[in-house]
Ligand binder design. Structure first.
Ligand SMILES: Cc1ncc(COP(=O)(O)O)c(C=O)c1O
Ligand SMILES: N[C@@H](CCCC[NH3+])C(=O)O
Length: 437
């Protein structure tokens, strides 16, 4: 079924209602205006230009709080790669979350806002000497080791006892896109449980006098819809805890909780996750006679995706042989996800209803694959100058943006209580030229 067919409002003449679950909290339609965090989208576009990534602070904070409320016994770690930005790191710090960084660069952002070092975890299948030194220099609480080489390198660099988790590949199929399935065997992350590498890694950490093993970690993948995947991972990880014969205080089950991108897609069952993982952990630990470890989770996408809306200006409308192309002033440089993962988005024309017909929204870049959304219903009279809004663009958009074709990256503009402010400014031609010698 096409997206256009899925939407009941195709062919409607009025302005369609906001699709449930896709827009930031408090988004409203008022007299033809789309209000984001109380600020009209047309005003945001006029003040900050387009494309523009709008981020609703209240939604980020509410999602962060939501995780803590559902899992009060757990440490909730924001996966900073989803939206590496000082303001967001500040908000999640305020809400009591910890932070996962996976490079010296993400750590620099965290440092610049004074993110408490003891609440930072350093991740990555490759940690360069610079990454490790930056982490040790700031005194990050935990390093999640990912290879035998890294255990030696970190062991040699660390002075005092550095707390460490071992990243394990539990061999669980997350039933998600191949590019983001990280818990399956035979990929680059972690130590495989099968074959004994994970156990060997635990022993090697224990042998390093400058390292202190505090926990085990796994991250099965991203945009994971099924709670059963985590339950299975939890069981397997407790099996490893029992067999390694070392006290394991922390069990980090990673992130990956799916979010809806299209109308009708459901939310991840976080309540079900909390319940079923709790039961699986207590049952499995009792069975194997090991103490229940403290649970950690690392949500990234699910904290920020739904807080973001990208605004684009329509530059041109072109009728192809079979499709109508609506070309906008952004594209794969601000959103490579459709090209990378075949991701799909809903799109809304701001300020006007009318009979809707399916169109393909394309970007400005020099590739036929620069498509932002295929087969989306827009008013049939869509034309140059119109403003489009694309929801669920808070995660892995700013993070994955490039300046392909020397196009400057869009700003990130925060909205809250009717006030808008720039969180990350637009990249200018001077920025583009700055690295040239
Ligand atoms: C180690 C680790 N933790 C957490 C995350 C966050 O994943 P997501 O944004 O899907 O919640 C990732 C990215 O997939 C990751 O690699
Ligand atoms: N970049 C991916 C998610 C990767 C998750 C990080 N390990 C996305 O946009 O969906």
């Amino acid at each position: 079924m096409t997206l256009a067919e899925l939407l009941p409002s195709v062919g409607m003449t009025g302005e369609p209602a906001l699709e449930a679950g896709l827009w930031p909290l408090g988004t409203r339609l008022e007299r033809g205006e789309l209000l984001l965090g109380g600020v009209p989208a047309t005003e945001l576009a006029a003040r900050f230009g387009t494309p523009c990534q709008v981020l609703d602070e209240g939604t980020v904070r509410a999602r962060a709080r939501g995780f803590r409320e559902v899992l009060p016994e757990a440490e909730v770690v924001f996966a900073g790669k989803a939206l590496p930005c000082r303001a967001v790191y500040r908000w999640v710090a305020d809400e009591g979350l910890s932070l996962d960084v996976c490079s010296a660069g993400e750590l620099a952002i965290a440092r610049s806002v004074g993110f408490p070092a003891e609440r930072i975890l350093l991740h990555g299948n490759v940690k360069t000497p610079e990454d490790l030194k930056a982490a040790l220099g700031y005194g990050v609480g935990r390093v999640v080791v990912d290879s035998f080489d890294e255990i030696e390198q970190l062991g040699a660099l660390a002075r005092g006892p550095q707390d460490v988790l071992v990243r394990v590949t539990p061999g669980v199929d997350p039933r998600t896109h191949r590019a983001v399935a990280t818990g399956v065997e035979d990929q680059k992350f972690g130590f495989p449980l099968a074959g004994g590498d994970a156990l060997e890694a635990v022993l090697r950490v224990v042998e390093q006098p400058s390292l202190r093993l505090v926990g085990l970690h796994c991250h099965v993948g991203s945009q994971v819809r099924h709670v059963a995947v985590y339950e299975e991972a939890a069981r397997r990880m407790v099996g490893l805890i029992a067999s390694c014969g070392v006290r394991i205080e922390q069990l980090d089950l990673g992130g990956g909780f799916a979010v809806p991108y299209l109308p009708g897609e459901g939310e991840f069952d976080l309540g079900g996750f909390a319940h079923r993982v709790r039961v699986a952990l207590s049952h499995e630990c009792a069975l194997r006679r090991v103490p229940v470890p403290r649970l950690l989770i690392e949500p990234g996408r699910s904290v920020v995706a739904g807080a973001g809306v990208t605004l684009y200006r329509v530059a041109a409308v072109k009728r192809g042989v079979r499709r109508v192309f609506v070309a906008v002033d952004g594209g794969m440089s601000d959103n490579p996800r459709p090209a990378l993962y075949g991701s799909r988005y809903a799109v809304r024309l701001v300020g006007r209803g009318g009979r809707r017909a399916p169109v393909t929204v394309v970007g400005r870049h020099c590739e036929a694959g620069d498509v932002l959304a295929e087969d989306v219903p827009l008013p049939a009279d869509v034309r140059a100058g119109d403003l489009l809004a694309v929801p669920v663009t808070g995660a892995y958009h700013h993070a994955l943006a490039s300046n392909y074709n020397a196009v400057g990256r869009p700003p990130v503009v925060g909205v809250r209580d009717g006030v808008a402010r720039v969180l990350v400014r637009r990249e200018t031609e001077e920025d583009v030229l700055r690295r040239e010698v």
